[in-house]
Design a protein around this ligand. Sequence first.
Ligand code: SAM
Length: 305
Amino acid sequence: SLQQPEGDQLPRYVRVNTLKTTVEDAIDYFKREGFSYLGQAYRLDDLNLKGKSFVGDLHLSDLLVFSPKTDFHDHNLYKAGHIILQDKASCLPAYLLNPPTGSHVLDACAAPGNKTSHLAAIMKNKGRLFAFDLDAKRLSTMSTLLLRAGVTCQQLANQDFLKVDPDGPQYKDVEYILLDPSCSGSGMVCLRDEVSPSQKEQDKRRLQALAAFQLHCLNHALRFPRLQRLVYSTCSIHTEENEQVVAACLLQNPGFRLVPLLQQWPERGLAPLTKCLRASTTKTLTHGFFVALLERHTAQRLEEQ
Ligand code: SAM
């Protein structure tokens, strides 16, 4: 029953902001509005919904799933910051990084901040969340969004992440980094178009430039002295920006290795990087996406003590 869904046929995902409410309260609110809750999804096909029915997601516990036609941009819960309208795939990075309460976390390319607010929810607003973005306008959108979401543990900076000093004393306890750098956006289904051959040549050069930037960011992030875990993600379907960037980074940083992710997830990174995850309209009913989780080798951690 799974055909190639277009962007407007993908399920609508609603992340419940646990800084402001609970999944149970959000479900009750939607039920009172006439939506019918079908319970927790068990198979991918359970996410193919019609009309006013909705389910709990089968992988992510804070996520509710509605039919493709649903639009909550004017909804009270959205305006009050109780729910975040975020594609399921883009909920993976913060969920997989899973920073503990009280930890020091860095979000390198953070605006407009949906993943930052997700990190804050996982940290229960306890600890420190350093968030950077180069673009002042996107950063100001982000502070509005974080305010609405009730995030209070963040420190925003309009700064080039590549110029942030990993040895700065304020970062000495940073153990978790989320790196979601600029990418081609080729996984966003609404952006996909037919392209001419000359366009293709230009795209190839653009991809090379993006991949070089992404690798640079990744290498820079691994220089933070206390870093234990890093999530790298893109909304690209190109291996040049995904597996190839991660493979090059691992070669250059032998002190880090990949962590195998969610065995029950239906789509893996391209071989040999099958510890990573991919997402797509056909296999996961989301936009195209890529996630890798790197961790420092335990052996090296011991040597350093
Ligand atoms: N993580 C964000 C979220 O979930 O809402 C989306 C991030 S978007 C894919 C990439 C961001 O990186 C853009 O906002 C862009 O302005 C920012 N960026 C690009 N180059 C940067 C740099 N050198 N340092 C910091 N941010 C940068």
